[in-house]
Write a protein that binds this ligand. Structure first.
Ligand SMILES: [Zn+2]
Length: 252
């Protein structure tokens, strides 16, 4: 009797022919809509960038970037050079595995604070690590037990690229924050920090004052040339200097 055998095994007790039959629920009508349990996550990231400041170009000017965070950084300052030109599709998007893989090759060894800063600021297009040199630190708030900034902590510093026309260094203040939450006063704190960063940049020796400079490189889809020195592929065809490495372009 296979049915007896199954029943005995199923409920773990010895089934008896005398046991009352289990009540059988009447068949349920098929619902038109499923009863949904909602799952939702709101992530909130924000960034602010200042006007650019023109700094006299030269071999040592990049070394001044870290000092522009003096009095503001509450962690070590890390200076991140632009990404190698071979990492062409790097992007901090984990489901785009090739992009994420390149991004980790470029930035995986950076500190948690720097990685958080790069993640937020690149996601929001506030910096472009393809050509920006970025000096950053924790500027406000705390880190969690793993060393990553809390959502209300502010990270950032200065981002710099070379002016394609003059070879000067263009430096701007950059701050960012965010994650699983928001706080009302973060925006105000970020504005205050950005102002102090801009002040530090302007006080740096070699500062030539505020400047309005468009993003380097040709218009999207327009013709570009490759830098002969660092192989950055996105240089404007009439650029005199490479925005990434600052070397003089050689035009045929
Ligand atoms: Zn270059």
């Amino acid at each position: 009797m296979p049915l007896e055998f199954l029943r005995r095994k199923g409920n773990g007790t010895r089934a008896s022919k005398d046991a009352p039959p289990l009540p059988v629920a009447p068949p349920q009508p098929v619902p038109e809509e499923a009863v949904a349990q909602d799952h939702q996550l709101r992530l909130n990231y924000a960034a602010k960038t200042s006007t650019g400041v023109r700094l006299q170009g030269g071999p040592n000017v990049l070394n001044t970037l870290g000092h522009m965070l003096d009095g503001l950084a509450t962690s070590d300052v890390e200076v991140v050079p632009p990404r190698e030109a071979t990492l062409t599709v790097a992007s901090p998007q984990i489901v785009h595995t090739q992009e994420a893989g390149e991004w980790l090759r470029a930035h995986g060894d950076a500190s948690p604070i720097t990685r958080h800063a790069l993640y937020v600021l690149e996601l929001l297009d506030a910096i472009d690590p393809a050509y920006d040199t970025f000096a950053s630190a924790l500027l406000d708030g705390d880190v969690d037990t793993s060393g990553y900034p809390e959502y209300s902590s502010i990270v950032g510093g200065v981002a710099a690229h070379w002016d394609e026309a003059t070879g000067d260094l263009i430096v701007r203040g950059v701050v960012g924050w965010g994650g699983r939450g928001t706080r009302g006063d973060t925006d105000r704190t970020a504005n205050r920090l950005l102002g102090r960063l801009l002040g530090n940049i302007l006080e740096t020796s070699g500062s030539l004052g505020l400047t309005a400079v468009d993003r380097p490189g040709a218009a999207p889809g327009g013709p570009t040339v490759m830098c002969q020195h660092c192989f950055y592929p996105n240089v404007h065809p009439r650029a005199v200097y490479c925005p990434k490495c600052g070397m003089r372009m050689i035009h045929a």
